[in-house]
Design a protein around this ligand. Structure first.
Ligand code: EPU
Length: 423
């Protein structure tokens, strides 16, 4: 099991340039959607170093897709000429929740499939009740047997209207995937997620021939088509990765530039970083953060896009452990998103969690400690604490971080973090 040893310092700021990877949460639905296409789909700017992408490749191969990896060019070519198998096994869903997206794609193409039901994860319960309620509105029937959802649309996907009770990112993508090939049917979906990753999926499907129209801020109308044509698509930059490295400069009084990222995808998060005292410069595809002064406190709530992203919250919490005074964060999306807090407390941070709210009292000094990471984003939050703490920290179970961050170790080294791997 890999560990990171980090020698931090309260006085040495990180410096440098990071080329942002393609977004993990954009590429996974794009890959799942390849099942719907007639001919080869080419995805560029794929974060091949993120382990979830490797899991999705194995999942697609298990269904019968041919996947060609051009590693140096960060390209995936996915070909689906053969009929797919209609079983998505538990081993893929249990390690990567986004595997559930194969359900919508298989349902859209073949009108039936069996998919392992995802359990919870370290963030709390991860139900798919909205996905299933949406499929039911489209004339699908399902049952649960031995941990698998068997779902079928006996007379094909039918038109209708589904409103998500609350915004769901993969729920939105799954329902779109099930709908786009419902030839001749009209499907309306409202209260959808408008996360940049979902909009990237919609763009990709439209360019392949799907007829998806915005009819309101969170409403789309889909006119089912007969087929989708494979084409090339460049995956958007990973806003969560970009934010994570911006926080590295924010917590260490450093200066960093992130390239290949659209600042509009971090509109709220950049406002918050400015508010707490960071100097931010943006252009069309880059963000630069320079932190010269002491950090200020803030109060915020996480929310679906364009609100402050829950995925960015653990890193912001780490940064606020160094702000002068008391900050307050409310997590509104997941029940268990403060896994980094007890580890940061081991470094001397003062964080008090009451239900979904974290109260953070900034400290001038943190001290290195042994820590365990337990989910993807909290791994980065703990790394941030370790960078800013005096002395050495040993962070175990960093494999959680490797699920979503390509090139994590090398990028941290590149910006000047004193880091070593330990097995
Ligand atoms: N929810 C339900 N029922 C459902 C679906 C969702 O109650 O059927 C609830 C969830 O429990 C949660 C809320 O609705 O409280 C929102 O969940 P959502 O469905 O939006 O989450 P997700 O699609 O499973 C994606 C990202 C997560 C990210 C969330 C929120 C992917 C692969 N995952 O998850 O990313 O935190 O949206 O933005 O896109 C990460 O990358 O670290 C990560 C966890």
């Amino acid at each position: 099991m890999e560990k990171f040893l980090i020698k931090g310092s309260s006085s040495k700021g990180v410096k440098g340039l990071i080329n942002c990877s393609g977004a993990k949460n954009a590429v996974l639905p794009l890959m799942a959607s390849s099942i719907l296409f007639e001919n080869t789909v080419t995805l560029k700017n794929v974060p091949l170093g993120a382990n979830d992408v490797q899991t999705m490749i194995i999942l697609l191969k298990s269904l019968g897709s041919k996947v060609q990896i051009l590693k140096k060019k960060k390209i995936l070519k996915i070909n689906n000429t053969k009929k797919h198998k209609l079983l998505v096994k538990y081993q893929y869903i249990s390690t990567m929740r986004a595997g559930v997206l194969a359900m919508g794609a298989l349902l859209g193409k073949y009108k039936k499939c069996s998919t392992a039901l995802s359990g919870g994860c370290s963030l709390g319960p991860r139900p798919i009740g909205y996905h299933l309620a949406g499929f039911k509105k489209l004339n699908c029937k399902y049952n649960l047997n031995k941990g698998y959802i068997n779902i079928i649309s006996p007379n094909g996907i039918k038109g209708g209207h589904f409103r998500f009770p609350r915004v769901s990112v993969t729920g939105t993508s799954n329902l779109i995937l099930a709908s786009v090939l419902a030839n001749g049917q009209v499907i309306t979906i409202s209260n959808i997620s408008i996360e940049p990753e979902v909009l990237d999926l919609i763009k990709f499907l439209r360019n392949g021939g799907a007829r998806i129209y915005n009819t309101g801020k969170r409403t789309i109308k889909i006119y089912g088509v007969k087929k989708l044509n494979g084409h090339q698509h460049e995956v958007i930059g990973d806003r969560i990765e970009a934010f994570s490295y911006l926080c590295a400069a924010a917590i260490t009084k450093g200066k960093i530039k992130i390239k290949k990222i659209d600042p509009k995808h971090l509109i709220t998060e950049l406002k918050v970083l400015k508010k707490i005292g960071c100097i931010i410069k943006v252009d069309k595809s880059s963000i630069e953060l320079n932190r010269k002064n002491n950090l200020k406190t803030t109060n915020l709530k996480t929310a679906p896009f364009p609100g402050f992203a829950t995925d960015c919250m653990p890193m912001l919490m780490a940064v606020l452990t160094k702000a002068a005074g008391k900050s307050k964060i409310e997590e509104t999306i997941f029940t268990n998103r403060y896994m980094a807090a007890p580890e940061l407390v081991r470094m001397g941070a003062k964080i008090n969690i009451k239900k979904s709210i974290a109260f953070i009292i900034g400290q001038s000094n943190l001290n290195g400690a042994d820590c365990i990471s337990s989910d993807l984003r909290s791994t980065f939050a703990i790394i941030l604490g370790a960078m800013a703490a005096n002395g050495e920290s040993c962070i175990s179970r960093v494999y959680h971080g490797l699920r979503g961050y390509s090139n994590l170790y090398n990028n941290l080294k590149k910006i000047g973090v004193n880091i070593k791997k330990k097995s």
